[in-house]
Design a protein around this ligand. Sequence first.
Ligand SMILES: [Zn+2]
Length: 115
Amino acid sequence: MAAHCKHESCGTAEKVWLPYEFEGRSRGLKPHSYCILCGVVKNVSPDRAKPMGYYTNILARLGITKVQIRLSAKELERMDFDDIYFMTRSEQEEVFISVVQKYSKVPENRIRASL
Ligand SMILES: [Zn+2]
């Protein structure tokens, strides 16, 4: 994966038509932007990634210690967790849950309920 690429989208004319899937079902073709620096194709589904701030707010509300928050946030940042090009929101949620559970004992259903 393209670590820490700043991503620059191609122009509208260069967009590529690719199969498009949402909620596990194929929805035909749709124009996708791609990054002219690393070639990653941008996620164009409505399942869009959320910014890091959205998840750090959740971390702050889970009732875990400051150290647990910092460790979780650092690990998420290392993974380019908020890269809207190749992360979807549902992927983010799975990663978020596994990282939070690595550093704390918050049960999965409580994390899910806060997302
Ligand atoms: Zn890129």
